[in-house]
Design a protein around this ligand. Structure first.
Ligand code: UD1
Length: 416
């Protein structure tokens, strides 16, 4: 069997890593079995091709995740880069079509809700219309999530990708209901858990070796021993959605909503490249302190400004910062899930979430995008006593479950 997995943007890499690990384990078992004289079909050996569309291309938005997660280098890089939604989606489609026409393939795996996800699912769905080739099965990992907010580009990507897919892998129970409501046949839908959480659980301990807390001077030194002490209380911030940072007034309101938090703890703002561009463009630099890493090098312990702006971080450094934070304020989807798994209070700076389990079971509250809403949500979370419970099937086994289902579909297709 030949599987093509597609990644494009930062949140895709950790979702695909557990699938690649499961494929490796599957092949190793088959090899071992054949050495021991068991004759499992050679067709069950999986040839895997990893395609990177290049939607994210910076070292810090892409390359570092491959080394942190131990991912193999992409077999094929489409080098698409940035552009408007139409241009980016169209470029991925043009270049991915050439790949699909060249490569014999049985299954195309797409993950999440970024433009690359939709673009490649659409190409795979239509590939047989222009040529005499059988179209591959399309498997969507993280299917069924819905914010019901069509002003988000991701919501279009989610809905359309789900309706193009043959096998839909759902991370939380709300996804089952959403897909049922949209008329997707139940036998295509599989509730398997969350591959992003597989990665989190697999790398949680390793993240402790990160030096990011020391670099950012977020640790108390244990005086007598000179050894590294526990983290000081700090908050972590990520804001990157166009609806939050591209409009000057909205971005300003969010920054004002964060000011009372900044008077309690240092806030570490790990900023997406576009967010940094907007900060410059809108003249918001005065909201932020100097880079703490630079301060540390200059041995300057006086932090003049409570919001410290730093560049994007790799997977392990960011995981270490999440694990040790007192509170996380974000507009990311994935971070709502990761904080739920880690039990760290999270305030989502949006009006909705497509991941309701993070509110029901987890540590997430919706803060909205008004100054009052954000401040109230932060206060509530700082007083929070209740613990979270882990959502169903977020147990680190989603990758193997997904592969088992894909193999079942493949065997069934072989019979016909
Ligand atoms: C994309 C996803 C979003 C996800 C986010 C994670 C879509 C529609 N959106 O949004 O769901 O939460 O990734 O980061 O697919 N840029 C760089 N270097 C890079 C990548 C981007 O500088 O490596 C800058 C460019 O100015 C680019 C802008 O970021 O124009 C936006 O990148 P793009 O991939 O279009 O969307 P994201 O906002 O990153």
């Amino acid at each position: 069997m030949k599987i093509i997995s597609v990644v494009g943007a930062r949140p895709n890499f950790m979702k695909v890593a557990p699938i690649i690990a499961a494929i490796k384990e599957h092949n190793e078992k088959l090899l071992l079995g054949s050495r021991n004289g068991q004759s499992r079909s050679a067709q069950e050996m999986i040839e895997h091709v990893l395609v990177h569309t290049g939607q994210h291309y910076d070292e810090l938005m892409s390359d570092v995740f491959f080394s942190d997660l131990g991912l193999p280098k992409p077999d094929i890089h489409l080098g698409v880069g940035s552009g408007s939604h139409a241009v980016q989606t169209a470029e991925v489609m043009k270049r991915f079509e050439a790949v699909l026409l060249q490569e014999r393939r049985d299954v195309v795996i797409v993950v999440g809700d970024v433009n690359s996800t939709l673009a490649c699912a659409l190409v795979a769905a239509k590939i047989s219309l222009d040529c005499a080739t059988v179209r591959p099965l399309i498997a969507h990992i993280e299917a069924g999530l819905r914010s019901l907010d069509r002003s988000m580009p991701e919501e279009h990507n989610r809905v359309l990708t789900d309706h193009l897919s043959d096998i839909l892998f759902v991370t939380e129970e709300s996804g089952l209901e959403n897909l049922r409501r949209e008329g997707i046949p139940r036998d295509r839908v599989h509730f398997v858990g969350n591959t992003m959480i597989d990665s989190l659980l697999a790398f949680k301990e390793k993240a402790d070796a990160s030096s990011v807390l020391d670099t950012l001077r977020l640790r108390n030194q244990a005086r007598e021993s000179g050894r590294a002490g526990p983290a000081i209380p700090y908050a972590l911030l990520t804001i990157h959605r166009p609806s939050n940072v591209d409009d000057r007034d909205t971005f300003l309101t969010i920054l004002k909503g964060l000011q009372p938090l900044g008077s309690k703890f240092p806030i570490i703002f790990v900023a997406h490249p576009r967010t940094r561009e907007r900060i410059k463009e809108f003249g918001f630099d005065h909201f932020f302190g100097a880079n703490l890493a630079k301060d540390a090098r200059n041995n300057n312990s006086e932090l003049s400004n409570p919001i410290q702006l730093i560049p994007p971080l790799g997977y392990l450094d960011f995981l270490c910062l999440m694990k040790n934070a007192k509170l996380i304020v974000t507009d990311s989807g994935g971070i709502q899930e990761e904080t739920t798994c880690l039990g760290i209070p999270c305030v989502t700076v949006r009006e909705n979430t497509e991941r309701p389990v993070t509110m029901k079971n987890g540590t997430n509250v919706i803060g909205g995008v008004t100054k009052d809403g954000i401040q109230k949500a932060i206060d509530r979370q700082l007083r929070r006593k209740t613990r979270s419970s882990m959502p169903a099937k977020w147990d680190g086994q989603a990758g193997p479950r997904i592969l088992e289902v894909i193999l079942r579909y493949f065997r069934k297709r072989q019979k016909h």
